[in-house]
Ligand binder design. Structure first.
Ligand code: THU
Length: 133
């Protein structure tokens, strides 16, 4: 699957965003080796900190379907930003634990700008529990 095709899935995922507070819908799509694509959108709450970002939604969606880091091929995200939408700090921590180093993280926006990065570039010196090292 091309980056553009995975971004198209992320755009589709964005349609399910529940973002009445920020009015900032985000979509994410996580491609697996078996060809499955797991969708995630940001889901907000009146108690603001209880919302979740699109990237974590997609990753947790895949994990809930039994997928694990070795299954993941690439993660795409999209939002209406001036430059390709970049994951927040909390998502970077989750990405660093659940995506292998080198897994492409494809950031994009509605204008068609694309920047491809990686978990380790997004979060150098990520927190890792000693027992997981
Ligand atoms: N958000 C995401 O879903 N992903 C990002 O990469 C940036 C921020 C969401 C969180 C919140 O629902 C809204 O965008 C505004 O911050």
């Amino acid at each position: 699957m091309t980056n553009e095709e995975l971004i198209a899935h992320a755009l589709k995922a964005r349609e399910n965003s529940y973002s009445p507070y920020s009015h900032f819908p985000v979509g994410a799509a996580l491609l697996c080796k078996d060809g499955e694509v797991y969708y995630g959108a940001n889901i907000e709450n009146a108690s603001y900190p209880n919302g979740i970002c699109a990237e974590r939604s997609a990753i947790f969606n895949a994990i809930n379907h039994g997928k694990r880091k070795d299954d993941f091929v690439a993660l795409a995200l999209i939002a209406d930003t001036s430059v390709p939408c970049s994951p927040c700090g909390a998502c970077r921590q989750v990405i660093s634990e659940h995506l292998n180093p080198g897994t492409p993280v494809i950031m994009s926006n509605l204008k068609g700008d694309i920047k491809v990065t990686s978990p380790e570039e997004l979060l150098p010196f990520a927190f890792v529990l000693e027992e997981k090292r």
